[in-house]
Design a protein around this ligand. Sequence first.
Ligand SMILES: Nc1ncnc2c1ncn2[C@@H]1O[C@H](COP(=O)(O)OP(=O)(O)OP(=O)(O)O)[C@@H](O)[C@H]1O
Ligand SMILES: [Mg+2]
Length: 230
Amino acid sequence: MTSNALLKVTDLNVSYNKLHVLFNASIEVNKGEVVVIVGRNGAAKTTFFRTIAGFLKQDSGTILFKGKDIGNLPAYDIAISGLKYIHQDKHVFADLSVKENLELGSYATKDYNWDRVLEHFPKLKTLMDRKGGNLSGGERQMLLMAQSLLGTPDLILMDEPTEGLAPHFIDDLKAAFKKISQETTMMIIEQNLPLTAEVADRVYAMKEGKVVAEITEKKEIQALTFEKYL
Ligand SMILES: Nc1ncnc2c1ncn2[C@@H]1O[C@H](COP(=O)(O)OP(=O)(O)OP(=O)(O)O)[C@@H](O)[C@H]1O
Ligand SMILES: [Mg+2]
């Protein structure tokens, strides 16, 4: 069977040593969509993303990206093929400038779409020479999103981009998500349900290592509560 999905993950199982934490997870992301993954702490959301992005190896299951099996590729090759993962820890290189940090994201492909990135994140223009270590949490997240966009990826996976950010930064990021989503497909892990309601085309809920629900109706996405699925 072939699929038109940009990303199609089927029956993924992942363990840390002998500890099985992700169970038969299956999802699809279609081109142009914003898909949000919600779930409580420890639901294995990060494990799921890290496996898709090639940082962890699955025990079983398949990961098709643009129709190609990427399940055995290293993270570096997956990134080059157009799938970028923004880690949950918001790590940036403290001693490098913002510009140098940005350039690292496209180091392999030398594909630098500066105009687009600065259009989405105009504030970065004034921060270019600042050291990564001196950025606020919100600025770091902006840098990481811009870094992933610089190489014109087909799909960006973002792991809790708003975690720990002040409300005004969350509003800025929400505006950025909306603009970026017009041209780039995104899958976002997010525990902020009001934000999810505004940006998501489709939602998957995860609980205790399993994908337990797929929510496609806008009304249902807007009425999402942690009690209902999570
Ligand atoms: N490196 C690791 N070694 C062993 N166990 C791990 C490791 N990383 C995560 N786990 C365990 O795997 C399970 C899922 O963790 P994961 O970080 O994927 O959850 P999460 O849904 O992203 O949680 P959070 O919302 O807190 O980020 C947890 O029980 C966690 O303790
Ligand atoms: Mg996580």
